[in-house]
Design a protein. Structure first.
Lengths: 125, 508
């Protein structure tokens, strides 16, 4: 990445990034894993490994991204699933043995596993 | 938290975060990106308006204009003392000596506090941007983030973020094509609590022992390497870009008149929803503990809430309607502190609770000044005596005497505030101290020197489970016969109560 050397260049880069983000939101399955210290202490690392494993088993591709602490420490590990053009839905206390069902029912079947859902991340956050 | 999903016939609605009790009353300024973006990707920070505040400050505003916005916003330092950030920056700007330094205090050491860690881990660029804005305002070209080494993930994310900011040209020479240059370094703290005190922190950066020195001179005049320095907390820096972007009026419109903006708390202890929260100043303790925190764990009774960490104070149930802001909390008998909030229930002994914080604070005394070094030790001796059931009637006066002297004569805030938790608990829970001293009883049934475990004969079936599990071998009795706990051998560990299936053991 070359240095950004003017405000105009920064604003242009920001717009480009926003568009890329919006495009990814419309086209990709994105899985967010809360991997701050609180998430990792609650087992986010194991949960993430399991996500990769289960996606691999099913030949699915999804973008897995790590995020910091959103605040609900008591519900860690938190995993958000965002289907193309769908809201970002958060699951709480996601242990490795819960991953397969979330992938099968939500990512493949399109139906969120309601009993584990915490809420929807507002789009304007 | 209970499942928030409402299922109606033929229709399922998943609530938005903003409809969840945990978030409904929250306003996210410093935490706006935490948990939303990938902190290891500067692109995501920029996509959400990152570094636009820095760009605005250095291309459209003079340093004095930046300071004036910060002053008008009335942002008060989120490290705990609550000094107006804009005025601090102005002092540093007015100092003539060069070079000047911008320092971020990320030596978060309070037990149970993790606000700064979460921001550094979840949104490190907001802190970097805030520091760069401060550097422009005071005329500095070099900054340090003093982060405790016990935060490896925060440091890792900061390192990545600083590297990316350099690559993108937000740190380094001629930022965004202007004359402004600024670079940033991390100093890892070695775990001394006192290094959160700004003069001790700077001594530590210089490679000396982390010991405080008297102020004045304040860092703005003579700080790091005796040069003008500006020290702010992580949260203060993280808020600065939002104030530059949205204006002083916007920030001042949130919160209360004398404490504008939001307060960030690490809500821990015996509440249902522990977590990291950001609420407008002026939100009451009750709203935080019951609405956001979801009330007390296991349906027990609320007893006290400790704010301000080991140097703060606890407040009783009568104070639950206190609004949280810098002045109201002090008036009520606690302090704002950096944002630790620990809730305890009826099973907590307030003498033991105060002793816990005192043990921490006195162990962390650097030893430089006598009132703190000796006072903390003596205070702990008195409290230990009381919790062991050896308290004397004159001990309460003794506590007040030592506390007063520590408060008035200690060199830095550590010594001055070490008696805080003891004084607050004595003020609000004096009867508990008196029960320990006069009746030799611990009302919460916690202090080991004052309780005995007994078998309730009617309930005991003689199953021998407690006898097998007692690590001290204090329980005797034959099969199907009532058992007996020898108080002289019993260690008061409570294992027998946990394993008994017949509620046949009680504490007196």
């Amino acid at each position: 990445m070359a240095k950004i050397e003017s405000v105009q260049a920064l604003k242009a880069f920001q717009q480009q990034q926003q568009q890329a983000h919006e495009q990814a939101r419309q086209e990709k399955v994105v899985i967010y894993v809360g991997a701050g210290t609180c998430g990792l202490a609650a087992g986010a690392g194991e949960t993430m490994e399991q996500i990769e494993l289960e996606l691999g088993k099913r030949n699915l591709t999804a973008e897995i991204t790590t995020v910091g602490c959103i605040g609900m420490c008591v519900r860690e590990p938190l995993v958000d699933v965002q289907l193309p053009n769908q809201p970002r839905i958060t699951y709480g206390n996601v242990k490795p043995d819960m991953v397969a069902r979330i992938i099968d029912e939500h990512i493949i079947g399109g139906k969120p596993v309601l009993e584990w859902v915490v809420g929807v991340v507002p789009q304007d956050w | 938290m209970e499942s928030p999903v409402e299922t109606q016939p033929n229709q399922v609605t998943i609530p938005s975060y903003t409809d969840l009790p945990f978030y409904r009353k929250q306003v996210r300024i410093a935490l706006r990106n935490c948990g939303i973006i990938n902190p290891e990707r500067i692109e995501e920070y920029i996509a959400r308006g990152g570094y636009l505040a820095l760009a605005k400050a250095i291309t459209e505003m003079t340093p004095d204009e930046v300071i004036s916005i910060m002053k008008d916003s009335k942002l008060r330092g989120r490290g705990g003392a609550g000094f107006v950030t804009g005025i601090k920056w102005e002092f540093a700007r007015r100092s003539m000596a060069k070079p000047k330094y911008v320092i971020c205090n990320a030596d978060e050491g309070d037990p149970g506090a993790f606000m700064d860690r979460s921001i550094l881990e979840g949104d490190p660029h907001s802190v970097i941007e805030g520091m760069a804005i401060a550097a422009y305002a005071i005329g500095s070209e070099e900054g340090y983030i003093y982060c405790r080494a016990e935060y490896p993930l925060a440091i890792a994310h900061l390192k990545i973020a600083i590297q990316q900011a350099r690559e993108f040209g937000f740190l380094g020479k001629n930022i965004l094509g202007t004359d402004f240059s600024f670079d940033l370094y991390i100093k890892e703290g070695a775990g001394a609590f006192v290094c959160g005190e700004e003069t001790a922190l700077m001594a530590s950066i210089e490679g000396r022992r982390g010991e405080p020195r008297p102020r004045p001179p304040f860092p703005a005049v003579s700080g790091l390497w005796n040069k003008p320095s500006n020290v702010n907390n992580v949260k203060s820096y993280a808020m600065a870009p939002q104030i530059i972007l949205n204006g002083a009026e916007w920030f001042a419109s949130i919160g209360t008149e004398n404490s504008p903006g939001t307060a960030i708390f690490a809500l821990t202890g015996k509440v249902n929803n522990t977590g990291l929260i950001e609420v407008p100043m002026g939100t009451t303790l009750r709203e935080i503990i019951y609405d956001i925190g979801g009330g007390i764990l296991g349906g027990k009774q609320f007893k006290a809430v400790q704010t301000g960490g080991p140097l703060g104070g606890c407040l009783p149930v009568e104070a639950l309607d206190t609004p949280v802001d810098f002045d109201s909390l002090v008036q009520a008998g606690a302090t704002m502190g950096s944002g630790g909030m620990i809730v305890v229930d009826e099973d907590t002994c307030m003498v033991e609770f105060a002793k816990y914080f005192l043990t921490f604070a006195s162990a962390e005394s650097c030893g430089k000044c006598v009132p703190c070094r000796i006072g903390g030790r003596r205070l702990l001796e008195v409290l230990t005596r009381i919790s062991n059931g050896e308290g004397k009637p004159e001990d309460l006066d003794e506590i007040e005497y030592i506390s007063r002297n520590m408060k008035e004569a200690s060199l830095c805030a550590l010594g001055q505030l070490t008696p805080g938790p003891v004084m607050a608990s004595l003020r609000f829970f004096r009867s508990e101290y008196e029960a320990h001293i006069y009746d030799k009883k611990c009302p919460a049934k916690v202090c080991r020197g004052l309780i005995t475990y007994k078998v309730i004969e009617e309930n005991c079936t003689g199953c021998m489970v407690c006898k097998r599990n007692c690590p001290a071998g204090a329980i005797s009795g034959e099969k199907r016969q009532v058992h007996y706990i020898d108080p002289n051998i019993c260690e008061r560990c409570g294992i027998c109560i946990e394993v008994c299936k017949f509620d046949a053991i009680m504490v007196e």
